[in-house]
Design a protein around this ligand. Structure first.
Ligand code: CO
Length: 635
């Protein structure tokens, strides 16, 4: 019998169970749909299956009302032959802020214990101080570490810079290196050059992750393999292409035909493709119309997926003229910020700030607290110098930190849990709670009351999916706020980046008289539970009508006086720290408002005495209301 001579082995990671549905179906695939195909997927011969992390953790809890840990355990049980891989955002884990080291340690340990074999670990700024802790713990648990380079294009992101990163990742103890091209910007020619360059200096396998967003990825994977790449990421054909990945079957066939050694079973691949074709139909309601290829980037330098959804929202508001401005603004903000790669969470920080700059008509007049924290160094070291003028305007005299951000964080796991404690039944629950406190609380409550959806029952599953897709579309209707010249500008819209949709809501733009103080608006990565009633009550809809009239109008006065304290965004009062007749100093925190799942400190603008308190804890408030009045002290 003739012995076939291969060039060399190439591994394939299948992304159907994580990135593909995150990129195409808003991360809504439920656990039964992941498990029902296990006897096929588990026996195809993939190098690994990506099954967890990224946005799946959040989505499980928030939308699907599933326990993400339980999902992982069930996957582990069903996929006995496969290497299970997850995506981890370094010190951000599967959330959107930096967590303390004790949280990182516990999270990574539990992920390993519950079934993860390979940890792909990245930092959105490629500041590797932010991945060291996670790498250390994964290694301690004897699991494979895939140190990750976030690929992007900018004047500072040269192949030499990426090579230095690869060397550092190898030295750090990575078992493989991932080149993570989340926006699909890696061109075939540069894929070849970059991989060839790294291969010369680095001994560990190179794993390429590239989205088909700009139409390059299939070609780039091929060139990367020719240059020596060892593992590629693909998606089964029925979940492939566009903002997802190149199709598994075609890539496997092509590479086999060219003489590479890939032992994957084509019969089983077809079976899996047929299965996911059916599954995809079930989630059609979650499929945005912007998941196809978008080559705009070749001209605009802005990833297509990032702006397409914003474009449609602006169009609906007859404000498409603003789109060009926003498109022009994104690279400018990115440059001001020192060219961060556009990946969670830096993508939404940049995208949101660019939109704010355009809509308010003045650069950095309104800033998000994420922008402020970013420029303070709280996300790590940007790839290049930030614009000093912008930094000064945003921070004033506040200091910039240069240490690893997590060094400033107190341990988080030993905090007093209060009443929630009785609902926390395991270490996994505790981590879930620390990561997403508000959603976890609701989840635990539903679990206790037996109200979690039953996905093993097809009928109730369908009903539930329908209800969450309806909620979603209702929440996406745009409201309008006063624009810069009395015209109406969109106040709510979505920005989709790498398959994650961020809802952006501008709530504090109305106070034009308040020139001195910048507004701080919190924009969460994912906002499904925002308080919409309080905003719609004061905001005319596109036709100029007042919407939400059935909601009682607030009796609180509008903020006009110097000592009127108000929230720059709609939210819920979670804490009042003063009482009548207390004396306060300008800048004191007197209130905490929970908005968009973040706790925001509200400060008093002047020195004085607390004269009126118009709110109590638990009240929903909006930006056009005075919450507390501080009277000037005339000493
Ligand atoms: Co991806």
């Amino acid at each position: 019998m003739e012995e076939k001579i291969y060039i060399r082995k190439v591994g394939v990671m299948e992304t159907a169970l994580r990135d593909a549905h995150q990129s195409l179906l808003a991360t809504r695939m439920t656990t039964p749909d992941i498990l029902d195909i296990s006897n096929v997927l588990d026996n195809i011969g993939f190098w690994s299956l990506e099954v967890w992390g990224g946005a799946t953790f959040d989505s499980c809890l928030r939308f699907l009302k599933e326990d993400p840990w339980e999902r992982l355990r069930r996957i582990r049980k069903a996929y006995k032959n496969s290497r299970l891989q997850m995506l981890l955002r370094g010190q951000n884990l599967v959330g959107y802020r930096h967590y303390a080291d004790d949280v990182v340690e516990k999270f990574v340990s539990l992920s390993a214990d519950n079934g993860i074999d390979v940890f792909r670990i990245f930092d959105s700024l490629n500041d590797f101080r932010n991945i060291r802790k996670a790498v250390e713990i994964a290694k301690k648990k004897k699991k494979a570490v895939e140190g990750t380079i976030c690929y992007t294009t900018s004047p500072v992101h040269t192949n030499e810079l990426f090579l230095d990163m690869a060397v550092e990742l190898e030295e750090m103890g990575s078992d493989t290196i991932a080149i993570k091209d989340m926006a699909g910007l890696l061109s075939p020619s540069n894929a070849y050059d970059l991989v060839a360059m790294i291969k010369k200096k680095v001994g560990i396998p190179i794993h390429i992750h590239s989205h088909s967003t700009c139409g390059f990825a299939s070609m780039s994977l091929l060139k990367a393999v020719e240059a020596g790449a060892d593992i590629i990421d693909t998606a089964i054909s029925s979940l492939a292409g566009g903002t997802s990945h190149p199709p598994t079957e075609s890539m496997v066939f092509t590479l086999q035909e060219m003489g590479y050694d890939l032992d994957l079973d084509h019969e089983k691949l077809k079976e899996a493709a047929d299965y996911f074709r059916k599954v995809r139909k079930k989630y059609a309601a979650f499929e945005s119309e912007y998941t196809s290829i978008n080559t705009d980037m070749i001209v605009t330098q802005v990833p297509g997926g990032m702006m397409s959804n914003l474009a449609s929202q602006l169009k609906e508001q007859n404000a498409l003229d603003k789109m060009d401005e926003v498109l022009y603004e994104v690279p400018q903000v990115r440059e001001d910020f020192g060219f961060p790669p556009l990946v969670t969470p830096s993508s939404q920080i940049v995208g949101t700030q660019a939109a704010l700059n355009v809509i308010t008509g003045e650069k950095y007049k309104v800033i998000t607290s994420e922008t402020k924290n970013y420029l303070k160094g709280y996300y790590g070291k940007p790839p290049a110098e930030v614009n000093k003028e912008v930094q000064k305007k945003v921070l004033g005299d506040e200091e910039v930190i240069t240490v690893r951000p997590a060094d400033l964080l107190e341990p988080e796991l030993n905090k007093d849990l209060g009443a929630i404690k009785e609902n926390i039944l395991s270490d996994e629950d505790l981590i879930t709670y620390v990561l997403f406190p508000k959603i976890a609380e609701d989840f635990f409550k539903d679990r206790k009351e037996g109200k979690l959806p039953d996905y093993s029952n097809a009928e109730s599953e369908n009903t539930f999916l329908r209800s969450i897709s309806q909620n979603q579309s209702e929440n996406i209707t745009g409201g309008l706020a006063d624009g810069k010249d009395g015209g109406l500008a969109p106040s709510e819209f979505n920005v989709t980046v790498h398959g994650e949709t961020y809802k952006i809501k501008i709530a504090g733009v109305g106070h034009k008289s308040d020139q001195k103080r910048p507004f701080f608006i919190n924009v969460d990565g994912i906002m499904e539970e925002i308080v919409i009633e309080s905003l719609t009550e004061i905001v005319p809809s596109a036709g100029g009508e007042i919407v939400g009239e059935n909601i009682a109008r607030s009796k609180r006065p509008s903020p006009k006086r110097d000592g009127d304290v108000y929230a720059p965004m709609p939210g819920k009062i979670s804490k009042i720290m003063v009482k009548i007749d207390d004396s306060v100093k300008a800048g004191d925190t007197i209130l905490i408002v929970e908005a968009m799942k973040m706790e925001n400190e509200i400060h008093t603008p002047i020195d004085g005495i607390v004269k009126d308190i118009y709110i109590k804890e638990g009240d929903n408030v909006n930006p056009d209301e005075t919450l507390i009045y501080v009277e000037v002290c005339n000493a």
